[in-house]
Ligand binder design. Sequence first.
Ligand code: P6P
Length: 336
Amino acid sequence: MFINRKILTLDEFTIHQLRQFPTATGELSSLLRDIGLAAKRINVEVNKAGLVDILGDAGAVNVQGEDVKKLDVYANNQLMGVLQHGISCAGIGSEELDDIIVFNDDVSNNSKYVVTFDPLDGSGNIDVNISIGTIFGVYRRITAIGTPCEKQDFLQPGIRQVAAGYIVYGSSTMLVYATRRGVNGFTLDPAIGEFCLSHPDIKCPPSGKIYSVNHGNFFQYAEGVRKYIDGCQKKDKNTGGPYTQRYIGSMVADVHRNLIKGGIFMYPATTDKPNGKLRLMYECNPFAFIIEMAGGKATDGKNRILEIQPTDLHQRSPLFIGSSEMMHELENYLNA
Ligand code: P6P
């Protein structure tokens, strides 16, 4: 009987990684598997979202007599649940919650990591069936093991992440995560209910032909940004233009495409949003870690995203992220 050992599930992959580091405790591998479990549960509900008229919208009671929750609340609860009942996480910071959640039980207090996440980014796109995603970042806590985690464990620069990743609920459901050993992508096989290694050792192409930005805000952008966007639209000696413009309005889908194909994604500061729209801790930092581990770059227009010292769990940051050569082209315009 032929057993296809080439297809590694997420569990097999993380255990294989663990075997290469005999001194590792396995906590990070266990945490990543926990997130994978939550992602599978979220995926089931996201795929049913189109049936909300039948199954009932948030606040309704479904046929099983359960309260139907908004999908992002459901996603938040799934992630919080698996992490609280795992062995690797002392607490979480979520886009859905005003403050951090300190799990404060014996097992959690003895855990090494804290996790920030946006449980369902782009959830406004659910009712028009556009891809959405979950984004997460993992930090090693700086307070003493054995004590409840604290806010300072979360407000660390993104360079202190030990892992980061996302799940994109699209034409297929993919989980991509980065550690300092590289970036790997796993596609959910519904037949066996497992994430299977489909994109090993992802590298962001150093250049590409795609630029992603909301043109509706064009006249609110700084002059250097507007000049770069012009350069993307025409043959320009300072850019590889003309490029193709692709903007889904769902960051996980846009950045995932540019990670695989090469490209640049921009959410600049605008006059309405002088600090940009995207959140540093659970949108910009995780993607900046992933893109840098894949060979790309991420800045706020001036500073490397991963070196920004956070002061608030929900602070926003402008974001420019993507292929290294395209980011270099952009910097020539921003620094002109
Ligand atoms: P705009 C979704 O709401 C989100 O946070 C990101 O996923 C997406 O890239 C961005 O906002 C879109 O914002 O202002 O262009 O609609």
